[in-house]
Design a protein around this ligand. Sequence first.
Ligand code: SAH
Length: 585
Amino acid sequence: MSIHFHPTIPIIEDNHDANSSSSDEDEDESENWDDWISDSAIQHVNCRSLFDDKVGSVEDILAYDKVTYNFDINEVCTKLSLDVHGRIRLINFIRQTKPSPANISLLTGKESFFSSDDFLRPVLEDDPLLQYEPGDWTDSEDEGSIPTERRIRSLEQKLAQTQRDFEEYRKIVNHHFSLGQIAESSSEGPSNSVSSQPKRDDDSHYFESYGANDIHAVMIQDKVRTSTYARFILGTPSVFEDAIVLDVGCGTGILSLFAARAGAKKVFAVDASNIATKAEKIVKANNLDNVITVIRGKVEDIQLPEGTKVDVIISEWMGYALLYESMLDSVLVARDRFLKPNGIMAPSQTRMMLGLCDASEIVKERILFWNDIYGYDMSAMAEELYQEAVIDVVGSHTMLSAPCIVKDLYLSSVTTRQLDFTSQFRLIASVDRRTKVTAFILYFDTFFTTSGNPVAPETEVQIIHENEAVIAEVWPLGGRPAPQRRMSHQHKKGKSLEGGEVAKAEVVTSFSTGPKSIPTHWKQTLFLLKEPFIVDEGFVVHGHFHCRKSDSNSRELDVEVHYTVQDVGNQNESQDVVVAMFKIQ
Ligand code: SAH
């Protein structure tokens, strides 16, 4: 779904937007609402206009917006029958996406942001406009005719109601934005973190699906994935020799087997699905039950013997679009429960990459084909398809821009709270003729480092091509064991390392799920645009990328892309902001 807004200020230039960056600093911004100004002071503090940088008291600003922009927030709220939360969402929505007053008048009250808790979060810190009761400020027509005492009583009642409404609002916001923290400190995991609400079960179906054979076959046969883990584990004795290792979500136990082969002295292989039974058999069949202990259970719930702490956590937790499945939340709980202070997370870093894409083939296959079925118009079948992210493989020729990082996750420090995020993006069209952008494409890159530290920003991910030696060297052909020689790596400085240097140098092992690499089972995630747009060389597409766990299932994701297309010669002219919303489910 997409909505158009015509901004009065180009969105990219907004530095006041607390949600507009994915930097850790912004994300760690205090969500402590105790410093909210008291209600009685609201009239006197500085309030910012909804449409420009003018500041003044709430009353002055409301009057200013009315005179300058012919916009009355109270009128709009009344017209749309908004309650206090609807009003707050609307104010935050205006502040964040900067629609023109004319476009606001097109709202019906049914837009999805009116039910999104994201827009309960203040865009401007201590925004006084969020905290006032409209009745206090509007000019009631028959005010003069009401006796003063009745009017005071009525105002007192309104004030009390406002205070109750805001108390509720603060609770919602505090609750919503501290869920991550609760989940971190809870042993019950993200789906069960709200004790006052009936527990929703986002786990049973999830773990059942991992009990099946096929899903593990698909993962093991994903050569890019499995061979990169193998290269890292088997190729870095400095990390694994004599180490105590925790394999979070061991599945068949493949990563634990690699770790044992790499010289780990103890491996705890944990899985909450039925596959754990198979892992146990596999470990025994390979005579490694003296090293690997399979533990069946959620990593949030299990205990390791006598308070063991581990040197390394290995886990293959990545889902579609990286964060689908929300398994990373569990890995972070495992990190905080079991990893030694200087322990290593493998992988150590993942990056979400966004780009412009010509997905016209996929649009044809999945959407346009409904237009003519044996001569019948069945386009009704395609109506909702634009709201669902498509998981499919596209070729590298479909990329119409260099990708831009929308989330860089450092596994050693990221918190669950940071997994719901908003970040800015800026994509520059790299086309040699006018081309239609039919989708945003999202994929992720994964990095392993021997120190567990993040890679240097300029480090490029290794692109693995068909028949490349890195795959052959760990992938036994015809059932023969892999050749026993040192694995090749991509080195940080791009140099090949000889002899003694290996142990000292930081070695980076990586793989990409992008269209340049051999396709992986994660494929790519495509956000098809209901309203494709044309770009020429150098056009800039910029905006905000929002990603959060879905309210209805914490393992699914809601994504919004707010974007503006800017012609090369027209950098200063303000353009429409388009909001496109998607579900990854
Ligand atoms: N490591 C295996 C399997 C990866 S799939 C491999 O690389 O092939 C992810 C596995 O993690 C699944 O088997 C799933 O059941 C398990 N898993 C997911 N969340 C978990 C949790 N919180 N606790 C334990 N196991 C979990």
